[in-house]
Write a protein that binds this ligand. Structure first.
Ligand code: NAD
Ligand code: UGA
Length: 345
């Protein structure tokens, strides 16, 4: 399959990363690993926090402006001695002594990122600059959660990391997909110019418990609709495809990337590919066979196909997803039933 770059490897930096505080090397300094998670009150971020908190050597600091995230997602950690939650908007500078930064803050559902596109692009560009500035100042390693949307409406299928994408620079999705492309550029420029240790994950559609019920993304929409007995809204033509990754697999992939030696970008996703009609039929079969499936209008620039090539993740991170869509949907159904107060008949 044709790709735009010869081997996909980007020139990396030979500069040593900036040094953290001299105290970190002191014999009597007993501190834990301090980890900042931006956007940690959101869907993926809160699951990542749960996993990081399992390690007693980790201290986790979350910054979030609660635009799409919620304190509820982190309620079990409030008042825990190794946990701090800070309300902060990352488009403003933020200074803190940390060793690692998982940089997730950004609305991810198309409905929310299109709601205030100027704010979305500021979050991606100024927010990422602020986090890179912090990484440079304190010598932290930083991981960016980029997206498969950097491939736009892909002309290569499945998408390897070497594919440069087919993105509309002035469309209604550009605040997000072009924003993430600039964020990736900034990561590499800080790496080459200042020696910052970077990691870039290109995440493909992820689903699971704690997604906002009215998040607007397809899996949460279909599950909420099926439980409420409303028709499933398949946006036309319905033949467009996505590949859905369960959130626990995603979190494992992100941690493998952060802890490994590879800068990325690396695709993290589940290659199981479904059309939206197939997804609707599966949700109907598993959750509510009575429900109707309605075809409704789509939004502009909707990518027609998307499936990750995860060869790199398998080889370099020894990671691959384990949870199939049929196993993951019932886990999400259970969470949605609890939150909607709809018990199983
Ligand atoms: N879920 C997916 O399928 C998917 C796919 C590709 C990439 N990603 C990326 O993963 C990350 C997390 O996605 P998610 O699905 O958990 O979304 P989410 O909307 O649930 O979480 C995003 C979090 O960032 C916070 N946030 C947004 N703007 C902020 C700002 N300016 N300052 C501080 N906090 C801010 C929100 O309040 C929220 O808690 C995002 O960067 C997204 O682009 C997600
Ligand atoms: O994984 C990614 O890279 C990106 O995926 C998503 O983008 P998208 O795939 O468009 O997500 P959805 O809004 O869930 O839409 C998926 C498909 O379902 C369709 N859809 C959506 C909602 C709905 O009710 N019905 C429906 O058929 C859409 O037309 C689209 O074809 C979000 O932009 C980001 O979370 C993420 O960065």
């Amino acid at each position: 399959m044709a790709t735009n770059s010869s081997n996909g490897e980007q020139p990396t930096s030979s500069k040593p990363p900036p040094l953290p505080s001299p105290l970190r090397f002191s014999k009597y300094f007993q501190a834990n690993t301090r980890i900042l998670v931006t956007g940690g009150a959101g869907f993926i971020g809160s699951h990542l926090v749960d996993k990081l908190m399992e390690n007693e050597k980790n201290e986790v600091i979350v910054v979030d402006n609660f635009f799409t995230g919620s304190k509820d997602n982190l309620k079990k950690w409030i008042d825990h001695p190794r946990f701090e939650l800070i309300r902060h908007d990352i488009t403003q500078p933020f200074l803190v002594e940390v060793d690692k930064i998982y940089h997730l803050a950004c609305p991810a559902s198309p409905i929310f990122y299109k709601y205030n596109p100027v704010k979305t692009i500021k979050t991606n560009v100024i927010g990422t600059l602020n986090m890179l500035g912090l990484a440079k100042r304190v010598g932290a390693r930083i991981l960016l959660t980029s997206t498969s949307e950097v491939y736009g409406d892909p002309l290569t299928h499945p998408q390897p990391e070497t594919y440069w994408g087919n993105v509309n620079p002035i469309g209604v999705r550009s605040c997000y997909d072009e924003g993430k492309r600039v964020a990736e550029t900034l990561m590499y420029d800080y790496h080459r110019q200042h020696g910052i240790e970077i990691r870039i994950a290109r995440i493909f559609n992820t689903y699971g418990p704690r997604m906002n019920i009215d998040d607007g993304r397809v899996v949460s929409n279909f599950i909420a609709q099926a439980l409420r007995g409303e028709p499933l809204t398949v946006q036309k033509p319905g033949t467009q495809t996505r590949s859905f990754c369960y959130v626990s697999d995603m979190v494992d992939g992100l941690i493998c990337l952060m802890e490994g030696k590879n800068t990325g970008p690396i695709n993290i996703g589940n290659p199981g590919e479904f059309t939206m009609v197939e997804l609707a039929k599966t949700v109907k079969e598993l959750i509510n066979p009575e429900v109707e499936i309605n075809m409704v209008d789509n939004t502009p620039d909707d990518p027609r196909q998307r499936k990750p090539d995860i060869t790199k993740a398998k080889e370099l991170l020894d990671w691959q997803p384990r949870v199939t869509l049929r196993d993951g949907l019932p886990l999400m159904e259970e969470d949605f039933r609890t939150r909607l107060g709809i018990s199983k008949r």
